[in-house]
Write a protein that binds this ligand. Structure first.
Ligand code: AMP
Ligand code: MG
Length: 517
């Protein structure tokens, strides 16, 4: 591997050779060496070596994403690409000579389950490069790093499939997220509760910087590094903040902008019933992206207090808690940025952005689910939304299915589609009368169109992921691809696969989700 810390491999011009054929010199268009995270150097990250993954094989490839990244159309079909995306660039002399990849792992800290956890870092993730448009490619599970602590640096096939499927599902639901470029498997066994096979996920994002990166340098009182980090993120992702007149104001505006993005993301999570299972500050993206899919859950029955992650014994990360936990996490970020903002009131004001934006975003997201678009929904509609959510939670009605059936009541002018889901139908009737009163003067086509764009028919239900995982563990990846086909267009009806839209079967409640991954 390449250990020369003074070299930035991405600055090289090199020939891209696949299977012995010189395609062309791809480096200028394919790689974007300037401004990259890697160039920031120490103390933000360390150069690392990936560990060989024995006899890797493809499990899923994301051709559409590869194309969006400007990668050659057949890039994912080459053996060298398999070596690269499994982390075998050091072992493969072909790749090492052609593409001298120098992976890096970055350092961060964080609050885990509400408690300061100290230094964490990329324990099993490494950045392998940056492609056109400034998107970074990170391998998850390609071996230990200096931040692995007692971990093996690996990820299991089970959790990697969950991350691949869910990150792609979230993207196609219109929710900001990291993406999945490929998943590579191997017969290598790693030990979790039981022995499981390992996998390497290639994931993509403009940046994987977390709240925890800021907390790390702030906690160390390394204000120079803290400022370098903030300036890097602002210049690259929040340039509008640079217009502030005073230096400190740049940082309070930055905090406010992160609050804004986070609020929009959480409102979208709530609207589709997504719950992040480990909303620790080290899993919070500074870009407001959904990051680090571990023990997540898309709610089946609407049970806002459901503890779905068995490692979350106190229920810190239930559906009902997510919006306030995000605010709590933003307070940790604010505290970390205080040495730069240097003004408590400005910091508090910036934090208020979260509450304001979240409140509006919530109204817009849930209004749209009821068919009330942004121009139609008003503050007066909040009680209607809250009453409905209470009703759904009282009977734990299947969340995604309910919205489909509600649209059906309007389409057919027959309340029974939604009404029959309830045991206490009289309670639904009271709410439904209010709803019909609210929408009666509005255009039905507009309502249905708004509902159709806001209520997915298909979400990554836990049992669907489980079926795909169990098949994949036997070497059959067809279910993953079939599921992805549906999740790529979650708002449309796929008549061939419409079973995927159905509420979960009884056995789904026995699926255990934990931090083990
Ligand atoms: P997570 O709960 O997945 O967000 O991980 C928390 C921390 O533990 C991060 O620093 C991870 O990099 C690290 N970590 C988790 N699993 C492993 C593993 N198998 N090997 C090394 N580090 C790990
Ligand atoms: Mg994490």
């Amino acid at each position: 591997m390449y250990h020369n810390e003074h070299q930035n491999c991405w600055q090289f011009e090199f020939l891209f050779i696949f299977d012995g054929i010189i395609l062309k010199n791809l480096s200028p268009s394919f790689l974007a060496p300037t401004q990259s995270w890697t160039k920031l150097g120490k103390p933000f990250h360390q150069f690392v070596n990936s560990e060989e993954l024995p006899q890797p094989y493809w499990i899923v490839k994301n051709y559409a994403l590869a194309q969006q990244l400007g990668l050659p159309s057949d890039w994912l079909d080459h053996n060298q690409t398999l070596e690269i995306l499994s982390g075998n660039f050091a072992a493969s002399s072909d790749v090492a000579q052609i593409w001298p990849i120098q992976p890096t792992a970055s350092v961060y800290s964080g609050h885990q389950f509400g408690v300061w956890a100290g230094q964490l870092g990329d324990g099993r993730a490494m950045l392998i490069g940056e492609v056109k448009g400034g998107q970074e490619i990170q391998l998850k599970g390609a071996g230990p790093t200096p931040y692995s602590r007692r971990g093996d640096g690996r990820a299991v096939l089970r959790s990697s499939i969950r991350e691949y499927l869910c990150s792609e599902a979230m993207h196609h639901l219109g929710i900001p997220t990291t993406r999945a470029l490929s998943l590579v498997g191997s017969d290598l066994m790693v030990m979790r509760e039981t022995p499981e096979t390992a996998a390497v996920l290639a994931r993509v994002a403009p940046s994987f910087i977390r709240f925890g990166h800021f907390e790390h340098f702030s906690f160390q009182n390394n204000h120079q590094a803290l400022q370098t980090l903030a300036d890097y993120v602002i210049e690259r992702f929040y340039p509008e903040c640079q217009l502030a007149t005073a230096k400190q104001e740049i940082y309070s505006q930055f905090l406010s902008a992160v609050c804004h993005k986070t609020a929009l993301m959480i409102a979208k999570w709530q609207a589709v019933g997504f719950c992040h299972g480990v909303m620790n500050t080290d899993n919070m993206s500074i870009l407001g992206l959904t990051l680090d899919y571990g023990p997540f859950k898309m709610l089946d029955g609407f049970d806002p207090d459901l503890i779905f992650n068995h490692s979350d014994t106190n229920g810190r990360y239930t559906y009902n808690q997510q919006a306030s936990i995000a605010f709590w996490n933003l307070h940790c970020l604010a505290e970390a940025l205080l040495p730069l903002i240097q003004d408590i009131d400005a910091t508090k004001n910036a934090l208020e952005t979260y509450r304001e934006v979240y409140s509006q975003a919530f109204l817009h997201e849930f209004g749209a689910k009821l068919g009330l678009d942004e121009l139609t929904v008003t503050e007066n509609d909040r009680p209607l939304i809250h009453q409905l959510l209470r009703l759904l939670s009282e009977e734990k009605i299947d969340y995604t299915w309910f919205w489909q059936q509600l649209a059906q009541t309007l389409r057919t002018n027959n309340a029974s589609h939604a009404r029959d889901l309830f045991i206490h139908r009289e309670n639904f009737d009271v709410w439904h009368a209010l709803y019909l009163q609210r929408v009666q003067s509005l255009n039905l086509n507009n309502i249905l169109s708004t509902m159709g764009k806001s209520n997915p028919r298909y979400i990554l239900r836990n049992h669907l992921a489980q079926i795909a995982i169990e098949k994949a563990q036997l070497g059959d990846y067809s279910e993953i691809n079939q599921l992805l086909e549906v999740l790529h267009n979650p708002y449309q009806t796929h008549s061939l696969y419409d079973d995927y839209a159905r509420p979960a079967p009884a056995w789904a409640s026995s699926i255990e989700i934990s931090c083990s991954s």
